[in-house]
Ligand binder design. Structure first.
Ligand SMILES: [Zn+2]
Length: 277
């Protein structure tokens, strides 16, 4: 089945991973800007990273027939440095019109600090000013519930923000309800250790239905599995879910959400299947 991974960090994956993903049916992916595993020393470090996201990765992906899209920001971990963050935010407009940029992300909170909140709000302002979609990172483990609520409150306090153009990622059982209930899209991250297993993700789909729910691998440089979305597909099949629901979650929903960006120039693969015939 063709699928789209809406959240994966290919800068930290190998070319072999691209080949494997293509063989498993991945036809498009979106790559939010994130923490490199170390704090960058200057805004120029981010400029190079944004060039990698807008110039290099689309070419690597295209070699395997995968369409690559991206999101720009300074992540919550480095947002503790407010002056560096402001330099990066001021530079983002240089890249915002690159043809694979879908919006601002992944922004959010890490330790739920005041500086992180300041930088988060300034990103929101940037997104509104340039009419960009927003992709949200919610904190891990013990900070998740409170951090998610803080993020949703900040988003809802800003009447300029269209909630249907915001994807809140890394939801779990205790946060998904509120994210969907307040009108946002929700992303489930399938991780081998933390976050959510494929089985837990299918439980959530069974509870909430397929509307406005996405599933991603968030594959990066840490313990993660870039082929986690196919694992979800297999788990849904194992439980007897119809192909139409599986396809909605792993293919149609990402297209519906991303299509709100004028830069989402996705071309479906011609696989010879015409549902009308
Ligand atoms: Zn991420």
């Amino acid at each position: 089945m063709d699928y789209i991974d809406p959240h994966i960090h290919m800068v930290s994956r190998t070319t072999d991973d691209y080949a494997t993903l293509a063989r498993m049916g991945c036809v498009a992916m979106s790559e939010p800007a994130f923490w490199a595993g170390f704090d960058r020393g200057s805004a120029d470090g981010f400029r190079d990273y944004f060039r990698q996201l807008t110039e290099v990765e689309p070419k690597r992906a295209a070699q395997f027939g995968i369409q690559h899209f991206t999101w720009l920001c300074i992540n919550a971990k480095e947002a503790e440095n407010v002056s560096l963050s402001r330099d990066v935010i001021a530079m983002i407009p240089e890249f915002i019109h690159c043809k694979n940029v879908l919006g601002i992300g992944e922004i959010g909170l890490n330790k739920n600090t005041k500086n992180e909140a300041t930088v988060f709000l300034e990103h929101l302002d940037l997104a509104v000013k340039f009419e960009q979609q927003i992709l949200i990172h919610t904190p891990h483990l013990e900070d998740k519930y409170q951090g998610t609520r803080m993020i949703l409150d900040m988003l809802c306090d800003d009447s300029r923000i269209d909630r249907t153009r915001v994807l809140v990622d890394h939801v779990e059982e205790h946060t998904v309800d509120e994210v969907l209930g307040r009108g946002f899209w929700a992303g489930m991250t399938l991780y081998p250790v933390t976050k959510c297993t494929p089985a837990r993700a299918v439980d959530m789909i069974e509870r909430f239905g397929g509307e406005k729910l996405l599933a991603n691998s968030a594959g990066d440089w840490g313990p993660s599995k870039p082929t986690a979305v196919p694992d979800l597909i297999f788990e849904m099949r194992r439980r007897g879910h119809p192909e139409s629901l599986i396809r909605k979650v792993v293919y149609e929903n990402p297209i519906e959400f991303f299509s709100q960006s004028p830069n989402f120039s996705f071309t479906p693969r011609d696989n010879g299947f015409n549902p009308a015939s």
